[in-house]
Every structure is written in structure tokens, then in C-alpha cells.
Design a protein around this ligand. Structure first.
Ligand code: FES
Ligand SMILES: [Fe+2]
Length: 389
């Protein structure tokens, strides 16, 4: 249980808030590289800031404030130039560094450019990696963009899915260190949704460990023993806002205090017969959370089930009223780390998980779950088609 003040500190993401400043020490995936191939400008909201992401005519990415410094028009309707973005209302032209490069008419009648030189929009770094566009909203120098080893796995088909989730990011991330919910939210609820009435094997043991890039949880159910990868390797609560389980990543990207962009990056090894396979481009798509006709939450997909749980806790979960149990030890661990991170940033230090050294070739290895064997090493087509997953 947290106090009201602690819950606010943990969940607020705006500039100048304790956790907002921690989150501004990390890169966040905000869009698919393919999205800006299709449409050069995309409005985004990240950490409570309204921004516009764009790819200019020379192929360079920019991320600046969404509203024009002149009279506030929406730059999402602007047009890209060789260098930067131009407002469609009166033509002010901004560079990727947020400087105003041109002010038509004003430049003609007041060519000294005093007004132009006064203008400096917020402008942030953007990098393309693994099919995603990553943004960094913090102070310079920016840390290394995490280059995880699965981003380099060969012979795979990668896809990216985005889901807009109407709740705070922390309750989504607490799910990344919650072993017990697999038994109930996925296994048992899944059975009930299919009209089945038996119970999934119960959990008999759980453990939680910290490592350099986050936390690992391990679990055993009645049907497996300590030789199973769920116990010997576990699953990763990736720091500070990710989850990794062997063939896919999820990031809970804070849009603002009450909204989260859930980003899923999934790798699927092609059947052996299709190797060698080189993917030309990584597709991304927006996954619905509710049925468009009925408005009801989609509950058949595992990730959608999680989303229903997160949202069910409220727009911002009220942690003054909860009662943590033994299975929530991991949640208590990560909260302690978030508060240590806030303290570190207040003292001018890097929080946990900030990378200052470039990753060696091949990326940073992570512990992998049992899915790794199947998805990363691949199988002949016939075995692949018979696999229950
Ligand atoms: S509001 Fe953008 S140029 Fe006038
Ligand atoms: Fe889940």
C-alpha cells in the first residue's frame, strides 16, 4: 500500500515530476518506421507532451512541439520540407532542432529576423531501430538506445502492434512482474470464456530476482518442476517500462498520466524450409482494444486480457486501498526501485537501466523463456504447423 503522495509520485509523468524525470532518462518507442514511410507526419502525445513526429524530405526524423509558435496552429497538418517542417497556416518553417528557419512575409518586411531568432520550440531526439522510432525527451547527453540481442536474430518475421490503453502506465508495468495472473487471468478465465469448467494447474512456487536490465520472475505450477525454463530462466520485467518473454517485447509507453501506448515487438522464426530469410521491412499496426460494433473489450487475446485488468484498476490505480499479498513481492520490489530511481535523478545521477556504453555487436543478451527454443531456433514446417502455439 502507498500513501496518496507516493502514488502520485509513482504515476505522474509530466515534466518536472519525480517519475516524469526518471522516464525522461530513457528512450521510448513511439511509432513504427513504416508509419512515417506512409505518412511523413504523425502527431503523438508522450509523457504528457503534445508533439509532432516527422520525416523530412531528406529522410531525417524530427520531433517538436505540436503547436506552432506563431499562433498555435496544429503542425500535424503542416508539410515537410528538405529541412524540417512548415506550418500550413502562415508558413513558419521549423528545423529539427526546434529553431524557426523562416517566417514568410515577416522575413520580407523585417529581414533582420529578430522575431525568428527569438523562437525555439521544444525539440527532441528520434532514432530508428528494430522497425521502431524511439524518442528521448531528457537532458543531453542522451544515453545509448538499448540494442537488445533479439533485434538481431536472423531468419525471423518481426511485426509491431500498438494499442492505446486508457490507464496509467505503472499498473500496466506492474503486470510485468505478476506471475499469479497467468493462472487466473489467462488460463482459468480463458477456460471459462471457452465454456470449459476445469482449473489450470495451480502455482506452487515463485521467485523474484534483480539483474542489470530489470527484474526476473520465476514460477512453478503443479504440472512442471524446477527443471522447467519458467523456473530456470524465468521472464523479464525490463527496466523501466518493458516486458520480455523470449520472442516478444512489450513496452508500456506513458502517453500521459491516464493513458498508455502498449507497444509489442514480436519475432517469429520462419520454418527451416524458408531459410535463409531476410525481412525487407517491419510492418506495424494498431491493435483494437474494443470491438468496434459493440464497444465491448476484446477478451480473447492474451494481451487484451491483460489490458482489461489494467484498465479495471482505474485510470490511475488507487494504491492507498490495495492489500498486497505474497505473490506481489515483485510489485513491491519494482516500486522500491522506482523510488530509488527518483532519488537518483534528484541527485543528478542516472537511474537504473540507463546505458552509457554502446552494446557490443549482436546486441545485449537477455534471459529468455521457454519460447526462445521454439521461436528463435525454428522448426521444420511440419513440426511448426503441429505446434499448439
Ligand atoms: S500559426 Fe503557424 S505560421 Fe501561423
Ligand atoms: Fe498477462
Amino acid at each position: 500500500m502507498l500513501t496518496k503522495a507516493q502514488n502520485l509520485e509513482l504515476t505522474q509523468v509530466g515534466r518536472g515530476t519525480p517519475m516524469g524525470e526518471v522516464l525522461r532518462r530513457h528512450w521510448h518507442p513511439v511509432a513504427g518506421v513504416d508509419e512515417l514511410e506512409r505518412e511523413a507526419i504523425k502527431p503523438i502525445r508522450l509523457l504528457g507532451e503534445d508533439l509532432v513526429l516527422f520525416k523530412d524530405l531528406t529522410g531525417r526524423y524530427g520531433l517538436i512541439e505540436r503547436h506552432c509558435a506563431h499562433r498555435g496552429a496544429d503542425l500535424a497538418y503542416g508539410f515537410v520540407e528538405k529541412d524540417g517542417l512548415r506550418c500550413n497556416y502562415h508558413g513558419w518553417h521549423y528545423g529539427r532542432d526546434g529553431r524557426c528557419l523562416a517566417q514568410p512575409y515577416q522575413d520580407r518586411v523585417a529581414p533582420r529576423g529578430a522575431l525568428r531568432e527569438r523562437i525555439l520550440m521544444d525539440a527532441y531526439a528520434v532514432r530508428a531501430h528494430a522497425g521502431l522510432l524511439w524518442a528521448y525527451l531528457g537532458p543531453q547527453p542522451a544515453p545509448q538506445l538499448p540494442d537488445w540481442a533479439p533485434f538481431h536474430w536472423p531468419n525471423g518475421f518481426v511485426q509491431i502492434a500498438f494499442a492505446q490503453v486508457p490507464c496509467n502506465w505503472v499498473q500496466a508495468q506492474e503486470n510485468s512482474i505478476d506471475p499469479l495472473h497467468f493462472e487466473w487471468m489467462h488460463a482459468n478465465w480463458g477456460r471459462r470464456l471457452r465454456g470449459e469448467h476445469d482449473h489450470a494447474p495451480e502455482h506452487v512456487k515463485m521467485a523474484f530476482d534483480e539483474f542489470e536490465h530489470g527484474f526476473v520472475y520465476r514460477r512453478i505450477t503443479e504440472d512442471i518442476d524446477e527443471s522447467h525454463p519458467l523456473w530456470t530462466i524465468g521472464r523479464v520485467c525490463l527496466w523501466p517500462n518493458g516486458f520480455y518473454l523470449g520472442e516478444h517485447f512489450e513496452w508500456r509507453v506513458p502517453v500521459d498520466d491516464e493513458n498508455t501506448l502498449n507497444v509489442t515487438w514480436s519475432y517469429l522464426r520462419v520454418p527451416h524450409e524458408s531459410e535463409p530469410y531476410v525481412q525487407q521491412s517491419i510492418p506495424s499496426w494498431h491493435a483494437p482494444v474494443a470491438d468496434r460494433r459493440t464497444g465491448c473489450w476484446i477478451n480473447t487475446h492474451v494481451i487484451n486480457q491483460d489490458i482489461i485488468a489494467w484498465w479495471g484498476q482505474g485510470r490511475v490505480a488507487d494504491r492507498t486501498r490495495e492489500n498486497l499479498a505474497v505473490s506481489d513481492a515483485g510489485i513491491a520490489m519494482i516500486r522500491r526501485q522506482y523510488f530509488r530511481d527518483m532519488e537518483a535523478v534528484a541527485q543528478g545521477l542516472d537511474p537504473k537501466g540507463v546505458l552509457r556504453e554502446p552494446a557490443s555487436a549482436g546486441g545485449i543478451p537477455l534471459p529468455c523463456g521457454d519460447a526462445h527454443e521454439f521461436f528463435a531456433k525454428g522448426l521444420p514446417r511440419v513440426a511448426y504447423e503441429a505446434h499448439p502455439r
